[in-house]
Design a protein around this ligand. Structure first.
Ligand SMILES: [Zn+2]
Length: 270
């Protein structure tokens, strides 16, 4: 293959370099394949499908991917939570292992919805974020992370009849996100308006078979002794959440954040 620098030189085209001088003065390339231009041309005979075509160099591909992953994380509202990975989750805490395994399986093969149920501080948000982060990597797809009460505040704030476009756009964004994480369902202030908005999101995604990862501390299972608490969740949402396509994972741990891990274990997991 031929670095694009050489090709352009032969064509008598000036190469603009942002850093240091002309190609002749800087023979030490960080990438000798493309001579830091990011592209090269394969030496193939005339008539070959790749003849004269710019090839993206691996060094550029690596840069592009790093940038894309960063963009996706910030689009996802996940930049501040990028440390909440599976690797940093302590699955040895009693009561969380099943949920941990379910979340890992879902990240590999997101079929239906994932519902993570557990008390405050049980690590359900950590697992939801870890699942989302792995899906970003695996599927090269943006994930939208929203805390449910915040989501409804956003929608309410954007809901101004004179600025209906902002609202529609935001609502569309949440409804149609490739992968949606809804954190803390059941803690929202459930006005009729909020219930309707939430239901529309769930219903759309149910019909379109778009994945959702939900965390809640409300016990949704029918016939459960604590089921009166599920009054906090719209019955129509509850029935879709309890569909057979949902993976229901329960975290029974005590407050996960207050637990101390042995230091040697912590180091191993870094
Ligand atoms: Zn290169």
């Amino acid at each position: 293959m031929k670095p694009i620098g050489d090709v352009l030189k032969n064509l008598n085209i000036q190469i603009t370099r942002t850093s240091n001088g002309s190609p002749e003065e800087t023979p030490e390339w960080r990438c000798p394949i493309c001579q830091d231009t990011g592209f090269y041309i394969l030496e193939v005979p005339v008539g070959h499908p790749q003849f004269g075509r710019l090839q993206k160099c691996n060094c550029r591909k690596v840069q592009d991917e790093a940038r894309k992953a960063g963009d996706l994380r910030s689009l996802s509202n996940l930049n501040l939570m990028a440390h909440l990975t599976f690797e940093n989750f302590d699955e040895t805490v009693p009561g969380v292992e099943d949920a941990y395994e379910a979340a890992r399986a879902f990240a590999r093969d997101p079929d239906g919805w994932l519902l993570l149920r557990g008390p405050i501080g049980s690590g359900k948000t950590h697992l939801a974020v870890a699942t989302a982060l792995e899906m970003i990597e695996r599927f090269d797809s943006p994930v939208l992370f929203m805390v449910v009460p915040d989501l409804l505040d956003h929608l309410r704030a954007a809901f101004d009849p004179s600025k209906s476009i902002d609202y529609d756009e935001r609502f569309e964004q949440v409804k149609t996100a490739n992968i949606l994480v809804l954190d803390d369902l059941g803690t929202e202030n459930a006005t009729p308006w909020a219930r309707e908005k939430l239901f529309q999101i769930f219903n759309y995604r149910y019909n379109e078979r778009l994945p959702i990862i939900v965390t809640t501390n409300v016990d949704l299972r029918p016939g459960n002794g604590r089921s009166q608490a599920s009054g906090a969740i719209d019955e129509r949402i509850r029935s879709r959440l309890l569909d057979e396509r949902t993976t229901y994972a329960e975290l029974d741990a005590e407050d996960y954040r207050t637990r101390k891990r042995p230091p040697q274990l912590k180091q191993l997991r870094r």
